[in-house]
Design a protein around this ligand. Structure first.
Ligand code: ATP
Length: 270
């Protein structure tokens, strides 16, 4: 597949979010460079989801800015952020279970569909041409993530790991420039984690799409990420290359201080 062009940096500056007395994000700044995997990690309650919710237009920031190229995202409604090519994949499965994988991926093309419902309903040649073009692109993306053999199957009939890949494929069908992945390997077997990580690396390396990733699985983070931002109680405590961040004393302290065990016990086992 051809690489995505015109991928700008994502610049988060002094981002602050307060909820009635609680500061969920406290002047957090980081830059996700174009065509890289940038991981956002931290113990439970650190502010990762809050950050994602601002990046995707679900929450409004109390202060600070988020720039995607020339666009300021804070205060922009979610659909306009999506129109800029920012696609988010949630942790929970969201594919319609009875629709085929192909139809689910075609839903991802909706934003790019030019033919109106009337032309499509009247089966005009322009609509048929556009439909063929979208189906060809869906097949190409399904091949890229390894789901082409399952295009005719109901999405709900696939094993968990493949359903998650179908969600990634649906997001790719939106032709994004930035993917926000919310715990993409949570709940997966070691084999599914390995395959999903390989596809995510492929999205970066072959397509040049930027990826910001929230993930608790440190094995996956350390293998995949080009840069890591660590949050703790809403504050940035480390930011840099995975190896440097991993041995940073503040990071070690934050994770040791967490008696939850989730950040340690679920590490990749490959
Ligand atoms: N809508 C909200 N209203 C009030 N408080 C909130 C809201 N959303 C998040 N918070 C609080 O903000 C803080 C950060 O939460 P957030 O969900 O962003 O953390 P997280 O790093 O994603 O945690 P986890 O790893 O458990 O998902 C927490 O104290 C949380 O209770």
């Amino acid at each position: 597949m051809t690489p995505t062009t015109d991928v700008p940096p994502l610049q988060v500056r002094e981002l602050t979010v307060r909820f009635a007395g609680l500061t969920a994000l406290d002047a957090v700044s980081f830059t996700a460079r174009p065509g890289t995997v940038h991981a956002l990690i931290g113990p439970n309650g650190a502010g990762k989801s809050t950050c994602f919710n601002v990046l995707s237009g679900v929450y409004r920031a109390t202060g600070g800015s988020v720039r995607f190229g020339e666009h300021e995202l804070t205060g922009m409604p979610a659909h306009r952020i999506a129109d800029l090519g920012v696609a988010r994949i949630f942790q929970n499965l969201a594919l319609p279970p009875l629709a085929t994988v192909e139809d689910s991926l075609l839903l991802g093309r909706h934003r790019l569909t030019r033919t109106g419902f009337l032309a499509a309903g009247l089966r005009l040649p322009s609509a048929a041409r556009e439909d063929r073009r979208h189906r060809a692109r869906v097949r190409e993306i399904a091949e890229f993530v390894g789901l082409a053999p399952y295009l005719d199957r109901p999405a709900g009939s696939l094993p968990y790991g493949q359903r998650k890949l179908a969600e990634l494929a649906r997001a790719l069908c939106m032709e994004p420039r930035l993917l926000l992945l919310d715990e993409p390997v949570a709940g997966m077997t070691a084999d599914e984690r390995r395959r999903t990580s390989a596809v995510i690396a492929g999205v970066r390396d072959s397509l040049g799409i930027s990826i910001v990733l929230v993930e608790h699985d440190m094995g996956v983070v350390m293998r995949l990420a080009d840069a890591v931002t660590v949050l703790d109680f809403g504050r940035l405590i480390a930011d840099g290359a995975p190896g440097d961040v991993q041995s940073d004393p503040a990071v070690v302290r934050a994770y040791l201080g967490e008696n939850h065990g989730q950040n340690h016990g679920e590490e990749g086992t490959e």
